[in-house]
Ligand binder design. Structure first.
Ligand code: FE
Length: 332
């Protein structure tokens, strides 16, 4: 692995630009991250449509590259939607700053619409951290909270106060995203393995066809990429983090990393090898770069020795990583 160059190119231009290893550490998203995720989706949904994915990207890409890569992912999202709410005339910057000042003065994490909470370091009575989303995430006091986390709270408050989104909508959107995941994709793949008609429909129109299993194709074009013993597909978003979220939920952290975004297009076989996948030289490898309109999901090849398996049994072999294309399906 060559030495890591400092980021000297704009953040959206990460494809092919980096040689670092892919860190595969995962963390369960904290409540504030899920909330930022939900608010960003709600603000861009059909009902509100205050901005597009590309507009959100554009704000983030206005950061200097070192700041962009250093900033936690969902803080970048808060930066983007708060900035766009101001420029679109929905909530003026001055109102956000006033709400931040009010929160700072109150010294509380509590905001309207959140469960009743109390001073974080007031530990002289029993309490259950599970009831207090801002306290289970970390031990930061309001004063220590990174500015964009405070901004997130302020924006959330103002959106609720103005009736632009409701607490119920945020809760429902978080639950919807929590309920999605590789288990949904596994059902799609297992059906495709066992039902040639379904596979054909999936190949023709994945967004519509996942609806047969009760899943949403999302508001983007979803394409299913079928792996064979001659062809292997790999999915990336070099621009940011586009992912078939309507089926698979939130992407893993490594999928959003600079290393994966850069190297998936420059050294895809090396990336696969890092995931333990050694692709024979005579297997064609195609890398698919997602974007705000196009999402991809890999249908891994059905493992040998599963001829008699039921759809339910087959689903246990299908992993998230196999639907991104960094690994094959598990062998029986
Ligand atoms: Fe993206």
């Amino acid at each position: 692995m060559t030495e890591i160059a400092p980021p000297d190119h704009p953040p959206h231009d990460a494809g092919g630009r980096y040689a670092g290893p892919i860190t595969r550490e995962e963390h369960e998203p904290a409540h504030w991250e899920k909330e930022a995720d939900a608010i960003r989706i709600l603000l861009a949904d059909r009902k509100r449509h205050f901005f597009t994915t590309d507009e959100s990207r554009r704000v983030q890409e206005g950061l200097d590259a070192p700041d962009y890569w250093a900033m936690p992912y969902y803080q970048r999202w808060i930066l983007a939607f708060s900035s766009l709410l101001d420029t679109k005339g929905v909530i003026p910057e001055a109102e956000m700053q006033a709400e931040e000042a009010r929160l700072r003065a109150a010294g509380l994490h509590r905001v309207e619409g959140a469960p009743a909470a109390h001073q974080h370091h007031d530990h002289d009575h029993e309490h259950d951290h599970d009831d207090h989303p801002y306290q289970q995430d970390d031990d930061a006091t309001l004063e220590e909270l990174p500015p964009l986390r405070l901004r997130g709270l302020a924006v959330r408050n103002l959106l609720l106060a103005k009736g632009i989104v409701t607490a119920e909508e945020i809760r429902t959107e978080i639950e919807r995203m929590d309920s999605r995941g590789p288990h949904n994709g596994a059902r799609v793949v297992a059906r495709a393995w066992t039902d040639p008609g379904f596979a054909a429909r999936l190949a023709a129109d994945a967004g519509r066809t996942v609806g047969e299993l009760g899943f949403s194709g999302g508001e983007t074009v979803l394409t299913a990429l079928f792996n064979t013993d001659r062809l292997h597909n790999l999915v990336v978003c070099t621009l940011c983090s586009c992912y078939p979220r309507s089926v698979l939920g939130r992407p893993p952290a490594w999928y959003k990393s600079r290393a994966y975004r850069a190297r998936a297009v420059r050294d895809p076989r090396g990336v696969l090898a890092e995931f333990g996948t050694h692709l024979p030289d005579d297997v064609e490898l195609r890398v698919h770069d997602s974007n705000a309109e196009l999402r991809y999901m890999v249908i891994p090849a059905r493992p040998a020795g599963t001829e008699d398996w039921s759809e339910e049994q087959l689903a246990t072999l299908i992993t998230r990583d196999s639907m991104i294309g960094v690994t094959p399906a598990k062998s029986p």
